[in-house]
Design a protein around this ligand. Structure first.
Ligand code: GLY
Length: 330
């Protein structure tokens, strides 16, 4: 376990390395290791994992009907949130170690407005609560009991999110109760989604039940603006999946957008953000997975992850396809 002093000094090192990265950007040879043609295609939707395919479908439907990107990403990620067979998002998500399903979500629009909820229970669509926090309050993040109260006051229904399938998996886990939450394809978590609408505006959404069997109260990267999600309509957007602690300590999505602002392609920016994690002296780093996806204002996309297994769904030019991400640890 990290003691507080070690934790603080590691955090300080992380902050310094983020700052130092801006110095590296001045070195041209460090930027844009993957060539981009500077011309992507729009509109587009990109999202993490296989559950991104039906989610993209819904998001693109909203865009083609003239909807805003923010409406599209909300509608898109509601698909896996409402799917009881999806064990990593919304209804049917695997619970914490006490058997409670707790959800995190965030959303960010083309004006830089953002909203999020964390440690939210009993609500199937946390992304829509996050959107309401963004649109109808002067705040950005609501947590736990307060987030639930806000949702109920705004007409959301209280439901039991622990499906029989998830309950059975938790009961199996309890037999050994080995606390080793390692997300990858077999326990694929978060859906993060980015979209560019017909007007060329960008938005993003991110929603998850977090790491399976986490300590009660644990919150990951997904609801933290800059970590699990970041969008700057003048530059691009990024979102993350995988071990949230590693994304938070490197402020991954913000880092990717800042790298793109400084000339990196989305691909090169994702690679650099993953490299930061890989080189951060994290114990058992090989056991962890982190995957990033990114898009720039021109509609170029990128993706990268720590180890094999991460894939993402890209809907562009009328085709919605699952793509395997390249990875750092071969
Ligand atoms: N990336 C999701 C989580 O760590 O909760």
């Amino acid at each position: 376990m990290l003691n507080r002093r070690k934790f603080i000094s590691r955090s300080a090192i992380t902050s310094l390395s983020v700052l130092f990265g801006t110095q590296l950007l001045k070195n041209k040879s460090y930027a844009s290791t993957t060539p981009g043609n500077g011309e992507g295609t729009k509109p587009l939707v990109i999202s993490t994992w296989r559950h991104g395919i039906p989610a993209n479908e819904e998001a693109m439907r909203v865009i083609m009907e003239g909807g805003r990107a923010v409406e599209a990403v909300e509608a898109g990620v509601r698909v896996p949130e409402g799917d009881p067979d999806n064990m990593s998002v919304g209804l049917g998500g695997l619970p914490d170690r006490d058997g409670k399903v707790t959800l995190d979500a965030s959303i960010m629009d083309e004006t830089g407005n953002c909203g999020s909820v964390c440690f939210l229970e009993h609500i199937v669509h946390p992304i829509s609560v996050a959107r309401l926090v963004m649109d109808n309050t002067p705040h950005i993040m609501l947590a736990g009991e307060g987030a639930l109260q806000f949702a109920l006051e705004n007409g959301f229904k209280k439901e039991n999110l622990l499906t029989p399938k998830a309950k059975k998996a938790w009961e199996e886990w309890k037999k050994k109760a080995k606390y080793e939450p390692v997300p990858n394809i077999e326990n694929h978590d978060t859906i993060g989604m980015l979209a560019i609408d017909q007007k060329g505006n960008l938005s993003g959404a991110c929603t998850t039940s977090g790491l399976a069997y986490k300590i009660r109260g644990r919150v990951g990267d997904s609801p933290i603006i800059g970590a699990g999600l970041y969008v700057d309509n003048n530059v691009g957007g990024a979102t993350a999946t995988g071990t949230g602690e590693l994304v938070i300590r490197t402020v991954g999505s913000f880092l990717i957008v800042e790298l793109m602002r400084n000339g990196y392609t989305p691909q090169a920016a994702c690679e650099e953000a993953v490299r930061r994690i890989a080189n951060a002296n994290i114990p058992d780093i090989h056991k962890h997975q982190v995957g990033y996806i990114a898009v720039n204002k021109a509609g170029e996309t990128g993706a990268y992850c720590l180890k094999p297994g991460f894939n993402y769904a890209l809907f562009v030019n009328g085709k919605n396809e699952l793509v395997d991400s390249d990875n750092y640890f071969k």
